[in-house]
Design a protein around this ligand. Sequence first.
Ligand SMILES: *[C@@H]1O[C@H](CO)[C@@H](O)[C@H](O)[C@H]1NC(C)=O
Ligand SMILES: *[C@@H]1O[C@H](CO)[C@@H](O)[C@H](O)[C@H]1NC(C)=O
Length: 821
Amino acid sequence: MSTASLFLKACCTMDHPAYLKWWTVFFLCTLLFSFSFGEVRYVLPEEMQRGSVIGNVVRDLGLQLSQLHARRARVVAEGTSLHCELDTASGNLLISQRIDREELCAQAAACILQFQLLLEDPLQAFSLVLDISDINDNSPAFATDEIKLDLVESTVLGWRFPLESAHDPDLGTNSVCEYKLSQNDHFALEISTQINGNAYPELVLKKPLDREEEAEHLLEISGLDGGHPVRSGTASIRIRVLDANDNIPVFSQRVYRVSVPENSPLGTLIATLNATDLDEGVYGEITYSFSHLSDKMGGVIEINPLNGEVRVAGVIDYEEASSHELDVQAKDGGGQASHCKLIINVIDVNDNNPVIEIKSASTRVAEDSKPGTMIALINIYDLDTGSSGRVTCSISDYVPFKLVSEVKNYYMLVTGEMLDREVQPEYNITVTATDAGSPPLSSVKVLTLVVDDVNDNPPTFTQSAYNVNVLENQPMGTFVLKLQAQDIDDAANAKIIYRISKDTNSDVSSLLTINPDTGELFTSRLFDYEQSAHFQIKVTARDGGDPPLSATCAVNVFIKDQNDNAPVVLYPVQTSGFIAEDMVPIEAPRGYLVTKVVAVDADSGHNAWLAYRIIKATRPNLFMADLHTGEIRTLRAFMEEDEPKHTLVVLVTDNGVDALSATATVSIVISDGLPVFNELFQFADDSQDENNLTLYLIIALSAVSFLFLLLISCVCYFKLCRRSYVYRSTTNSLPIFPTTYCSSTLTDFSHCGTLLGDDRYDPFLTTGSWRGDFRFGPNTDTDTLKKRSAAYQKNTLRRLSAERGSLKVRAGPQHPCYVIK
Ligand SMILES: *[C@@H]1O[C@H](CO)[C@@H](O)[C@H](O)[C@H]1NC(C)=O
Ligand SMILES: *[C@@H]1O[C@H](CO)[C@@H](O)[C@H](O)[C@H]1NC(C)=O
């Protein structure tokens, strides 16, 4: 350190009371010195106030105060302006003008002002010397308020920058003696002394600069002087840090993860990469590019080199790749580069339909397959992922099938219930696979399944029983009836073969033959109504299944009568040679019943209606035959000339189309002495007959009414009890009523109602016809007929007459009732 700076330091460290004391000593010394030269010297500080007393010239020059006024004492300056004046009253020298030492003497080491004190009478001049001493009245000042400095950030440590020193017009210690720098990290201040001894501050770089961290440093430098009090001046230092390409571009993220839906349109913004380079200018200009981009990806994604925007440039397909990892480079104008990763996740869009694959499928299934029989194995999948790839499988609701899935994405199509080919022979099963995407996509596949027939349906006849009428005496092979049974099964299971059932009585089973294929029934012999009027056969229809099923129906064959029997005269018995004679009293009046021709006809119905006519008589107009009854009555009373013995030939004819007839020869003897029976008069008993008839009719009506009521009751009873009393037979599906609830006579009604059209049931209850008409039921064969006629022969006419009052109603044949056992 130089000596000057040491001196400055010393004076600057003096404190205020010491400074004052020193000033007083200095002042007195100068006074003493001035006496010896006839002059007076005052040492005074600059900047004293006007009117301040500098000194008393009267005392200091040894003058008389009174002289001053008398000798017109005055102070004059030599050329310069007068800074002081004399107070003649007191002899004090006063400051008349501001004295600035820096103005008057600039930087001169001593600043002396010369004045003369003039006295007249005699003229005397005294020299007044004012030695102006410096006071610290100026602050240090820098030439500029702001020092501008440009520094490259790569500036090396220890670099020095000389700063302009501050200027203080004051002298010595009152001048600048110290510099201070505001607090900062990078710079320090050092004082250098030039050869001429001037001290100046230097800025020294202590820490590397980083423009990117702090592009500008603002410092403050202050210069301080050594006066009391210390004055200071400041200037700011603005240091701009200049850039060097010392920064590489930096991406805001090391890895960018973005998602983009597949099939996004061209130009869709995927990501904006942001790299920053702290450098300026071209060093900070960044260019983006992909490094190592595969050819495939090159057409799909593009990057804007200027702003780092990554956009779609082709078709992004999730199914091809679900994510892409790209290397992006950012390069600045200085060639510095950095990289980041761009990971693009492709979001799956539901763009793939589910796929249905039938792994195995049967096209046919037997109708007796158990529920759960597998029809098909179905595999479904979807190329999409997530919910777009979650597929559910379904089939139409209205089919008897269901889907069972035990392994993911595999479905078994199984039968859900029993199938029935007869209800639906074929199914189109629609399998639908739908994914859970939005919107969902679906696929459909149709499986056609044919249901194979199983012989599960027996043939059925349209009726359980058929009634057919067949004329007797028809040739063999006459067509009777065509039976038809249906089987709803298919093919051989529906092929029906007809045959006469083994259940049929062996004696009637040979009466008819059947065509096994067509079900046509033909006669296989001649029928005779008089022998058998009805028979029943059972026909079985059997299908071709394995095992076969069958059904049976009953065929009731009613043989219709033909007029093939001539009337047979029972009475009078016609034997050759002898004819029984009928006796009649000679007094018999007109209309007296003489005898009755009794004839029968084995036929029935009209064929058995007999008409009686006298075709030959010994004496005509004496006897008449009743057309219907065969009664022979007198037409008049006998007379003398009438022969005692008469022979009548009565022709008996039936009512058939080709009427057959028989003749009866009646021999009548008129005898004397026989009593006359009144009741044999034709008209005597009419009223009584009428009464009897009425009575019988009433009884019959009552009986019919009673039976009808009973029937109604039974029907009601069965209706009510039906739920609990239905019996089913194994062979016949018709209900069977226990006999306790259904007597044969009662149930006959229901059945016989269907037979009322049968002409064998012609009512013969006319008032005329019952009288003496005698008819055999069709059940009676010729043997019984003969027996009856023999028995009849034993009966006398009287007995016949006695029985006339009773009503003979022939009961109909016992009709088969297949319902009731
Ligand atoms: C890039 O990042 C910087 C710093 O994070 C930010 O200031 C600037 O705005 C970003 N630029 C873009 C284009 O996002
Ligand atoms: C099933 O589909 C086929 C072909 O479309 C059609 O001919 C047939 O009638 C359909 N069957 C049923 C039962 O719908």
